[in-house]
Design a protein around this ligand. Structure first.
Ligand code: PLP
Length: 377
């Protein structure tokens, strides 16, 4: 089976599997317990993983909070910041092409009296910065939080986080980014850019599922960054996320982050080469009967969204399913026509004939050749 659905999830890296193993069987102590070796070893492993994740994100280890994944992190930041700063305002800004874990949370907050602006996007799903500039200058309805996805999970376009952060920092507005799709694919330094909150997930970078992180820059904009916790309880993770830590998953995430940081240049090169080869083979084979929905610049290497004229995407994927794993878009909104492609101005026919091919550093040129053979059939 050729696996080209790496934006949905990635296979676990063998080094990650090996690192996790002992924490499932031998080192099973609760890292919050204090007086015996088992617990101390578990705690040390958690802290080592935190160091690796922090290095990948460009923040301090104590700014990393382990969660169950990016869905939780996105909920945590939007709900937590909205609640914490409700006395300062009720306006939140996001974009029309976020992951459902942002959009549905924003809709929920609307039912609680918050006002949400969904920024328009251009034809490659990038947020409209002029609209954002106008909003931040509008003092009476100055937002308490701006949340913009860094790299889009369906078409791969990167938002200009540097300019967005500059704007938010100048106007003392908190900035959150969903960085789930970009880790291990582009360089991330949330401190240098001035990002206050970041969400991410381990299973998109060859780590285990059910583990992710929220990073919170502690002191920015001249005052202490805070948010109301989503889960209350035993005060783990500095009180931001109660619950016994999932040590084996954290160890796996830490190892995946270590590898992603270590191999970043090599992975970027490999994925760009694979992507270039895939796009030229597709163009050669299908000429005018395909159209690329993804941009070629400022994008995550490895995500190619392509439209096959007059082909039903679900039928195509079913026909290919014995040989190739692909998807029509986000795994989290299967069945519904893509809100991302629709916000980019693609009509329903175009959406129904679009397919997302998402590669990883573990894919090969031979797999692309084999994919083309299956596709032609
Ligand atoms: N945000 C983006 C951009 C994603 O692609 C995903 C997963 O598809 C998520 C959030 C949700 O991540 P998780 O599966 O860790 O909850």
């Amino acid at each position: 089976m050729i696996y080209f659905d790496n934006s949905a999830t990635t296979p676990i890296h063998p080094e990650v599997r090996d690192a996790m193993w002992p924490y499932l069987f031998e080192i099973y102590g609760n890292p919050s317990s204090k007086y015996y070796t088992q617990a101390n070893k578990a705690r040390d492993a958690v802290e080592e993983s935190r160091d690796h994740v922090a290095r990948l994100l460009g923040c301090q280890p104590e700014e990393v909070i382990f969660t169950s994944g990016a869905t939780e992190s996105n909920n945590m930041v939007l709900k937590g910041v909205a609640d914490q700063y409700s006395s300062k305002g009720n306006h939140i800004v996001t974009t029309k092409t976020e992951h459902p874990s942002i959009l549905e949370t924003a809709k929920y907050l609307e039912t609680k009296g918050y006002r949400v602006t969904y920024l328009d996007v251009d034809r490659f799903a990038r947020a409209d910065l002029d609209q954002l500039s106008r909003i931040v200058l509008d003092t009476p309805s100055k937002p308490i939080l701006v949340s913009v996805i860094w790299g889009n999970n369906e078409v791969g376009s990167l938002n200009d986080l540097e300019s967005i952060a500059k704007l938010c920092n100048e106007h003392q507005i908190f900035l959150h980014t969903d960085a789930t799709q970009v880790l291990g694919k582009i360089q991330v330094d949330m401190t240098a850019l001035g990002i206050n909150f970041l969400s991410c997930s381990s299973h998109k970078l060859h780590g285990p599922k059910g583990i992710g992180a929220t990073a919170i820059k502690k002191h920015r904009l001249g005052f202490k960054t805070k948010m109301t916790p989503l889960l209350h309880g035993g005060e783990q993770e500095g009180g931001y996320r109660s619950g016994t830590l999932s040590v084996h998953n954290i160890v796996g995430f830490g190892k995946a982050a270590e590898i992603a940081y270590r191999d970043l240049k090599e992975s970027q090169l490999k994925m760009s080469q694979l992507e270039g080869y895939l796009m030229s083979r597709l163009s050669e084979a299908f000429a005018s009967s395909i159209q690329f929905n993804s941009d070629v610049e400022a994008k995550i290497p490895g995500i190619v969204n392509v439209r096959f004229e007059s082909v039903n995407n679900e039928l195509l994927l079913k026909k290919l399913s014995d040989h190739v794993a692909l998807s029509t878009g986000s795994a989290c909104s299967s069945g519904k026509p893509s809100h991302v492609l629709s916000s980019m101005g693609i009509n329903v026919d175009g959406i129904r004939s679009s397919v997302r091919i998402s590669l990883s550093k573990l894919n090969t040129i031979e797999e692309i050749d084999q994919f083309l053979i299956e596709l032609k059939k």
